[in-house]
Design a binder for this molecule. Structure first.
Ligand SMILES: Cc1cc2nc3c(=O)[nH]c(=O)nc-3n(C[C@H](O)[C@H](O)[C@H](O)COP(=O)(O)OP(=O)(O)OC[C@H]3O[C@@H](n4cnc5c(N)ncnc54)[C@H](O)[C@@H]3O)c2cc1C
Length: 385
């Protein structure tokens, strides 16, 4: 009988968390397999707005919170990756936007004056003169600042992360019943093969809850925070990446707008307060509210022929009393690590945490493990499906 193939890690889930970790572990010589139930990115990752941010949007109340401190270094970490000098080589990826804007119509800086001048924002924020405003903001009678955040095309990101590990990624909905605990890891029945792994890394997003409990890890709880994102389609739209702060009373942008190529030009994908408030509205009320928010926030744009639709998606993350967790989450229980990045932006933070929990790969000179399972394909962006 041939010996049972040995792996260092089996990663469950092919969103940003699983793909990022697959690259990190593969790079340092771990023998890995990634199992994705559907298509790569089909969960939250390809529904996200792709903003790689440093947490300033959490600090709009005027003070640096622990959440904004944990995330502050992330845009620089991603920029190094985009320059081919970071944790992972993303040099083939061109960001959709090199900066994200903060803007407000028809008002002075008001309570933002002191905040924008604070040391916390030095080097991270720059006022833009009207001649440097994007076309989509020509007509704004207020102010525009550029934040040193990035916006990335999540579809291209998934492709880029999948490429170096493509022959280790399989389409397979993993269930806890396929795993048997052994002294130094797990024995897994995968299709017609049995493999052993020193570690199971759960990156299944919302699927982590069922999997971790099925594997006997009851200490970890998950929370879902729903969002109702709004998609705006109109031939008139020009690309815009930014947070609208017009008349805000809470420490959250009123609208977060990202723009994505569409068959008729550009579509706008709206998050921010609108998407959170929308959870308590029925479809017709949310669409009416979104139209009204758009005309208040961007009165110079003609939305009369715009078509609006809604995309419902839950954020899945480690339980934090329904509040946003501060950083990425990775916790080890024997031979299983449960992960939630919390944010796309925090993927490098998740990588640090997981590497700290995993021993270096064992020095073995054995062959790669190949499974008789179909390869996983990449999903389409959620608004294109
Ligand atoms: C609307 C929205 C907008 C967002 N915008 C931003 C943003 O602009 N910037 C930012 O930093 N963050 C953003 N986020 C957060 C970010 O998208 C998520 O934190 C991140 O994508 C989570 O990645 P993940 O890999 O943990 O989960 P997912 O992307 O959900 O991936 C989990 C994967 O596991 C697979 N899976 C599940 N169960 C199993 C199983 N049993 N076996 C095998 N595979 C399984 C699923 O099919 C899925 O592909 C946003 C989130 C939402 C919902």
């Amino acid at each position: 009988m041939s010996p049972i193939p040995q792996l260092d890690a089996v990663i469950i889930g092919g969103g940003i968390a699983g793909l990022w970790l697959a690259n990190l572990l593969h790079q340092r010589g771990d023998r890995i397999v990634l199992l994705e139930a559907g298509q790569l990115g089909c969960g939250q990752t390809l529904a996200s707005q792709g903003v790689i941010h440093g947490g300033i949007k959490y600090a709009l109340g005027g003070s640096l919170t622990s959440a904004s401190a944990a995330i502050a270094g992330m845009p620089d970490r991603w920029r190094r990756c985009l320059n081919g000098e970071g944790d992972i080589d993303l040099s083939g990826l061109t960001p959709l936007a090199d900066a994200n804007l903060l803007f407000a119509d028809g008002s002075g800086l008001g309570r933002f004056r002191t905040f924008f001048a604070s040391r916390m924002l030095q080097g991270r924020l720059q006022r833009l003169e009207p001649q440097h405003w994007p076309e989509a903001l020509k007509g704004c009678t207020g102010w525009v600042y550029a934040l040193n955040d990035l916006v990335i095309d999540t579809s291209a990101l998934v492709e880029q992360l999948a490429a170096p590990v493509a022959d280790r990624i399989y389409q397979h909905p993993f269930q806890a019943e396929q795993a048997t605990a052994i002294s130094d890891g797990w024995r897994l029945q995968l299709g017609d093969r049995v493999v052993q792994t020193r570690c199971l890394v759960l990156c299944a997003g919302a699927g982590n809850e069922q999997l971790s409990h099925g594997l006997g890890i009851d200490q970890i709880q998950m929370q879902r925070r729903p969002l109702r994102q709004v998609i705006v389609r109109s031939k008139r739209l020009k690309p815009l990446y930014g947070h609208c702060l017009t008349g805000i009373s809470r420490s959250e942008p009123r609208l977060t707008i990202t723009s994505h190529p569409d068959e008729n030009g550009w579509l706008w994908y709206l998050g921010g307060q609108l998407a959170g408030d929308g959870v308590n509205m029925d479809d017709a009320t949310l669409i009416r509210h979104a139209r009204s928010e758009l005309t208040t926030c961007l009165p110079w744009v003609d939305f009369h022929d715009a078509q609006l639709s809604i995309l419902d998606v839950d954020r899945a993350e480690a339980a934090a009393d329904g509040k946003r967790p501060d950083g990425a989450f990775a916790e080890r229980h024997n031979h299983t690590i449960v992960c939630w990045p919390t944010k796309l932006s925090l993927a490098p933070d998740l990588g640090d945490r997981v590497l700290a929990l995993l021993p270096k790969p064992s020095q073995r000179d054995s062959q790669d493990v190949r499974l008789k399972l179909p390869p996983a394909q990449s999903a389409l962006l959620r608004w294109s499906r």
